[in-house]
Design a protein around this ligand. Structure first.
Ligand SMILES: Cc1cc2nc3c(=O)[nH]c(=O)nc-3n(C[C@H](O)[C@H](O)[C@H](O)COP(=O)(O)O)c2cc1C
Length: 326
């Protein structure tokens, strides 16, 4: 059996495969997982859907729309709020026997700080292994533009969350692709003390129904996910790995997310610079996706005869250098 273990911040994961936030709920919706040894044994960590301080009803329907090579969603961060999450949903995640990453969203820097502090305080059983900061949400103090589009705001959020949780909690900053240069917010997050970067969140998009002449989604604008966005995600991982020394040296590893539905999609991200990968939309279509990808990566690593971790960022090697074991 190939060793696919990875270290992300202070987390040691047996597998580089993670659920992508928002695509497996808060665990309760996925109660079926706790009896599915086949899936759990392939996962390195469970990443929750976004949690906000106050409960949110989410956006009006229609909330999802299929499109060529992907889907649009505008769920609107529906969740029960931090208090109910900590009391009723978080304990259930223990049954998965996996490190738990809680994805957090807020509308101001102060709210991010309060939310992170609250969750850690409420987590008496120490179930949370890491917080993933979703900077794709609108910054209300800055007219509603996403935090992720403003490197200064990204830095402020990461610093605020770090100050609330102390040095021992692993922080993952999840970057938005809706920017001109992804390395600017990435560098700001690294500078502010993130342990890990994850990318990408959904790309802003919309669909119009030509019969009604109206936007398909109730919220009009949504986020595009699925195979269509993979080349964007792979490029952004590539850009951060080559542009940031912290990523290149492995001090701040990258979780590659976006359109992964096969082992070769996952390996594309790894070769571009990701140490681990998140899988979302493909999981809606194929319950066996994690097992298939885990098996495919295992076979690839065995075939190449190279430790998995040595494959991270290999596509950046000098022109002329051969692929290991070729
Ligand atoms: C229905 C849905 C809900 C999502 N909710 C969240 C969320 O709460 N927080 C977050 O950071 N990302 C959220 N995402 C983004 C995914 O985690 C992921 O970054 C994106 O879908 C790209 O990966 P994929 O193509 O494998 O789905 C959501 C995506 C979908 C499709």
């Amino acid at each position: 059996m190939a060793d696919l273990s990875v270290t992300l911040g202070r987390m040691r994961l047996a597998s580089p495969l993670l659920t992508a936030s928002g695509t497996s709920g808060h665990g309760g919706e996925m109660a079926v997982l706790k009896d599915s040894e086949e899936i759990l044994s392939c996962l390195g960590a469970f990443v929750t859907k976004g949690v906000t301080q106050a409960p949110r009803a989410g956006n009006p329907g229609v909330r999802v729309a299929e499109c060529a090579c992907g889907m649009l969603n505008s769920i609107g961060l529906q969740n029960k709020g931090a208090e109910a999450f900590a009391a009723t949903e978080l304990p259930g995640l223990l049954a998965f026997g996996l490190p738990v990453v809680v994805n957090i969203s807020a509308a101001t820097v102060e709210e991010f700080k309060t939310l992170a502090g609250f969750l850690l305080e409420a987590d008496r059983a120490r179930i949370i292994s890491a917080l993933e900061i979703n900077v794709s949400c609108p910054n209300l103090r800055q007219g509603g533009a996403a935090f992720g589009a403003d490197p200064e705001a990204v830095g402020a959020v990461v610093r605020a969350v770090r100050s609330a949780v102390g040095p021992d909690m692993t922080l993952i900053t999840k970057l938005s692709p809706n920017v001109t240069d992804i390395t600017a917010p990435a560098a700001a997050a690294v500078e502010a003390g993130t342990d890990v970067l994850s990318m990408i969140n959904t790309l802003r998009g919309m669909a119009v129904d030509v019969e009604t002449g109206r936007p398909v989604l109730g919220n009009r604008i949504g986020g595009l996910s699925g195979p269509a966005i993979r080349p964007v995600g792979v490029y952004m991982v590539w850009a951060c790995f080559s542009g940031l020394e912290a990523c290149r040296t492995g001090r701040v590893p990258i979780i590659g997310i976006g359109g992964i539905s096969s082992w070769s999609d996952a390996m594309e991200y790894v070769l571009a610079g990701a140490s681990a990968v998140g899988i979302g939309t493909a999981w809606f279509l194929r319950p066996t996706v994690f097992a298939d990808i885990h098996q495919g990566i295992t076979d690839y690593v065995n075939r190449r005869g190279v430790p998995f971790r040595d494959l991270v960022g290999l596509a950046h090697r000098d022109a002329g250098a051969s692929f290991p074991s070729c």
